[in-house]
Design a protein around this ligand. Structure first.
Ligand code: EZ4
Ligand code: CO
Length: 412
């Protein structure tokens, strides 16, 4: 059996997704997610121009060898475009291998270590009443753990706040808070760290008073603070017992977490924009984090993320795989199989995709009482309806960016 064909499929049902489809000489197909939000076509070109020609004729069974070949033969290593492209090939080959074996992928990764995956969803509101409604709505959907993002007085529009606070699968606007907005230019948002640092603890106090001590709560700082500001936030949130505080400082300088760690016992998560084990090397070894945020899609696939998580397991650091809507159903399925199999699973981020996306990607996972399970279909359990996909062509979209009051560009 050889790889006969590899197609790169771009579709934009609710947002842009890039999918690699590998077809073998025996007619077995495998899918891999290559979506890089706001920079989708760079990965399309990397795959189409430089990777697909190298795949044709290769043995699809040789997953590790193909990974090492793509990674090392490029000479130019790492980076989100390269690693998303390699991830797509890797997951597509695991999908093929599991289909050939007639087993759901998690069985090839060691079998299930648990009955399902604890998830968290994204509640948000520009003020407390809106936020409380959104938390309640998530609880009604079954979510047992909830991320809380809040508006800040004086700031117009900031990361993580949905304009529709409650879930409506048919509204077509549910991606407002994951806003790679369609259009020729990125939207501009505003930011002020001092207002944010003053406001956020009051919101967590109110949420704990309203919803009690049990519910695991999470929060995302989205790389906007300096180390000392992040240390203060971690400390001021300690009374509210967070499950984790995410991405407090910019990802380029993981060492900044040393200072944060010194000052707070609030658990820390980072890594959604990391793409190799080397980004994690120091912070895992020095035990500066509690959760690894990488997605299968952006970290070289199952093969590479498994290595990161096995390394993390030596230090009791757990998985917290990235699962916003810009991870396609293919990428989410891959995450579910990996999460079900590894011992050091922590939690899975899960935002529901829209109805159009679910029509394009036929999925076999279940979401019951806040727990995900990838299902028992051979492979990863996702098929792409190419006719449905073709009805939604690529639409240019950019993530927003931030400016401070004086006009300075800030981390978003
Ligand atoms: O902003 O995936 O924790 N989740 C996040 C996401 C990211 C988007 C960027 O494409 O931070 O909402
Ligand atoms: Co995040």
């Amino acid at each position: 059996m050889i790889i006969d064909k590899a197609d790169v499929i771009v579709t934009s049902p609710d947002r842009n997704f890039v999918t690699l489809k590998i077809t073998t000489s025996d007619g077995v197909t495998g899918l891999g997610d290559a979506t890089l939000n706001g920079r989708e076509l760079a990965v399309v070109a990397y795959l189409t121009e430089h990777v697909v020609p190298l795949l044709i004729g290769r043995d699809p069974a040789r997953i590790e060898d193909t990974w090492q070949f793509l990674y090392r033969s490029a000479y130019w290593r790492r980076g989100p475009v390269t690693m998303a492209a390699i991830a797509a090939v890797d997951v597509a080959l695991w999908d093929v291998k599991a289909k050939v074996a007639g087993l759901p992928l998690y069985q090839l990764l060691g079998g299930a270590s648990r009955t399902g995956l604890l998830t968290y969803g994204h509640a948000s509101g520009k003020d407390l009443p809106e936020l409380f409604d959104s938390v309640r709505d998530h609880q009604e959907q079954g979510y047992k753990a909830i991320r809380v993002q809040t508006g800040v007085p004086g700031l117009r529009s900031i990361y993580g706040i949905a304009s529709n606070a409650t879930f409506d699968a048919n509204s077509g606007v549910r991606y407002d808070h994951e806003p790679a907005q369609r259009g020729a230019l990125p939207a501009e948002e505003d930011w002020d760290t001092r207002s944010y640092l003053r406001h956020v603890p009051t919101v967590f106090e109110a949420v704990r008073n309203e919803f009690g001590p049990e519910i695991p709560l999470l929060h995302d700082g989205h790389h906007r603070m300096t180390p000392i500001q992040a240390a203060r936030l971690g400390k001021s949130l300690e009374p509210y017992d967070l499950f984790w505080l995410e991405d407090v400082t910019p990802a380029e300088n993981p060492e900044a977490l040393r200072l944060v760690r010194q000052h707070t016992t609030t658990p820390l998560a980072i890594g959604e924009i990391f793409n190799t084990v080397w980004d994690y090397q120091q912070i895992i070894r020095e035990q500066l984090i509690d959760y690894v945020r990488s997605a299968v899609t952006h970290t070289g696939g199952i093969t590479h993320l498994k290595k990161v998580l096995d390394y993390a397991s030596q230090y009791q650091i757990k998985s917290g795989m990235h699962g916003p809507t810009d991870i396609s159903p293919v990428g989410m399925a891959a995450a579910m199989h990996l999460g079900l199999a590894i011992h050091n699973f922590g939690i899975q981020e899960y935002m529901k995709h829209g109805a159009r996306t679910d029509e394009v990607f036929r999925q076999s996972f279940t979401f019951v009482d806040g727990m995900l399970h990838p299902g028992e279909q051979p492979g990863i359990g996702v098929e792409l309806d190419e006719r449905a996909a073709a009805a939604y062509p690529y639409a240019q979209a950019y993530l927003p960016y931030n400016r401070l009051a004086d006009g300075t560009v800030h981390d978003w």
